[in-house]
Design a binder for this molecule. Sequence first.
Ligand code: SF4
Length: 288
Amino acid sequence: MEYEGRVFRPPSEGRSLIIQATIGCSHNRCRFCTMYREKKFRMRSSDEIIEELRGLKNYYDYYKRVFLADGDAMGMPTSELMRILTFIREEIPQINRVGIYAHGKNLLGKSVEELKKLKEAGLGIAYIGLESGSDRVLSQMNKGISVGECVEGALRAKEAGMKVSVMLISGLGGRKLMKEHAVESARAVNRIKPNYLSLLTLMLDESAEIMRDIEKGRFELLSPEEVLDEARIFLQETSLDKTIFRSNHASNYLAMEGVLGRDKEKLLREIEEAIEEEDYKEEFFRGL
Ligand code: SF4
């Protein structure tokens, strides 16, 4: 199977069959992100994708899940997504869940009824990069969406019965907006009450646009201690019930996981101990 350019997927989709439904990201202008910079955005047709799936027939037995990449495959027309999902359901019946990256605006571009149809056809989980619950942080990073829109999009997917996985990025507000980023992000996830919540940590490629601001002193990166302090404030402000929380991505200084709120105090203790004992991943090992 040949992919166009680099392909990204959530860690939990590591064993899924990855299909590029779109190439690149339709927005592609977030100032911290270089994931799809080299790609010119386009949607693949359902014919092309079904043809590709047919060609993989001999490998069907290896997979239980499918993940639709690239950046925001939810932007595809509902009828096209339905054709792909129907093919998967009919021809690869052992697939028990299809996942997708979903930009909040693309979720808002579909009605609850459309999303329900997609859910019934097998689309079980939407991964949404909220990144921050602060509008000032999103605007500074040119995310192209407001917090309110992203929350509304996530709630729409939930109403349709999909599982929702929300991603946030520690350090995205820099030093100046650190507290606001932590508090407002907790406020946003308290509204969404996602099934899964991932807290990643900002890691920048040299070509990321925000690097220019760093060079000119307009954006200050957080130290590892500050990143952990920000996570502490964030967790303290969360008011969740049964959200599976993970902060064990390669970018994180401290690996944590638990259920919020059940494990909130335990997670806060882990952060405090790590700060006290300076026991966190060294910069060199981040991303490995
Ligand atoms: S962060 Fe998401 S929306 Fe922004 S450019 Fe990257 S893939 Fe696109």
